[in-house]
Design a protein around this ligand. Structure first.
Ligand code: BTN
Length: 255
């Protein structure tokens, strides 16, 4: 799709900015001051884009940067499942709009030919009863460009896809609200099945960087809560937090 028409779902309140530090920071401030679920902050560029684990996210014009405020009725511990919902919605949108060979890598990365093209950053807060108060889902997609100082990253353009930001945003938001509604109504089972249908092939060799070390193994699955299941020489391991680097091929680290 190359048309520049932006159509957003009825339940979405879109705040469109030219330039901002971080759409996640804007969305968090709005969420903390009571913004309703469905508030979306979209910016043409970010000057202080944030990645996972305190990393930065290079955010020049030409790529997609948005953050969505959600208030799902769930336990704080289940909020990361919305990361899988978001990955599925993005994969779904890109499969609809392009012919590029996409794959989801645990927990939240979208890969094209072994290179990262998109990342998702979830931030959340609990209410006084320990239930989820708000969730901000930050999504960055390399549409036109990617940081050349990082290994194993790519853009839709490099992969041969011509996509307008407005077209991608429209289809992605439509899919996201649909998949989020399904998850909220029926639980994680359908999301898990959909996520696995887009996942890297079972058996993909990978290194997993853990908070306290690293593990090597082969991708097996994700469990019913979203933890990574890895087949290692010492049996199956369940991983809740980590960064995954596929080894077959390429061998270098993506961010
Ligand atoms: C990752 O490290 O893979 C997550 C990257 C998330 C980047 C997006 S861009 C829009 C939103 N605003 C931010 O500051 N970060 C997220």
């Amino acid at each position: 799709m190359t048309a520049a028409q932006l159509i957003v779902p009825d339940e979405c309140h879109l705040i469109s900015l030219d330039s901002v530090g971080s759409t996640n920071e804007e969305a968090k401030a709005l969420a903390q001051s009571g913004a309703e679920a469905g508030t979306v902050v979209w910016a043409r560029e970010q000057t202080a884009g944030k990645g996972r684990h305190g990393r930065s996210w290079t955010s020049p014009r030409g790529n997609l940067y948005l953050s969505i405020v959600q208030r799902p009725n769930c336990r704080l511990a289940d909020a990361p499942q919305m990361g899988f919902v978001t990955g599925v919605a993005l994969a779904d949108a890109l499969q609809w709009l392009t012919n590029v060979p996409i794959a989801l890598k645990w927990p939240n990365d979208l890969m094209i030919d072994g290179k990262k093209a998109s990342g998702i950053l979830l931030e959340s807060a609990a209410d006084a009863k320990g239930r989820l108060d708000w969730l901000v889902i930050g999504v960055g997609v390399n549409v036109e460009s990617f940081p050349t100082d990082l290994p194993d990253v790519t853009s839709l353009r490099e992969a041969g896809a011509t996509v307008s930001i407005e077209g991608l945003l429209s289809v992605f938001l439509e899919r996201l609200f649909w998949h989020a509604d399904e998850w909220q109504r029926t639980g994680f089972r359908a999301t898990r099945r959909r996520w696995l249908s887009f996942a890297l092939p079972k058996g993909t060799e990978m290194r997993v960087r853990l908070p306290d070390g690293e593990l090597f193994g082969r991708f097996s699955s994700i469990d019913k809560r979203g933890s990574l299941l890895l087949d290692t020489d010492r049996g199956k391991k369940r991983i809740d937090v980590g960064d995954v680097f596929p080894l077959s091929p390429p061998h270098k680290e993506a961010r």
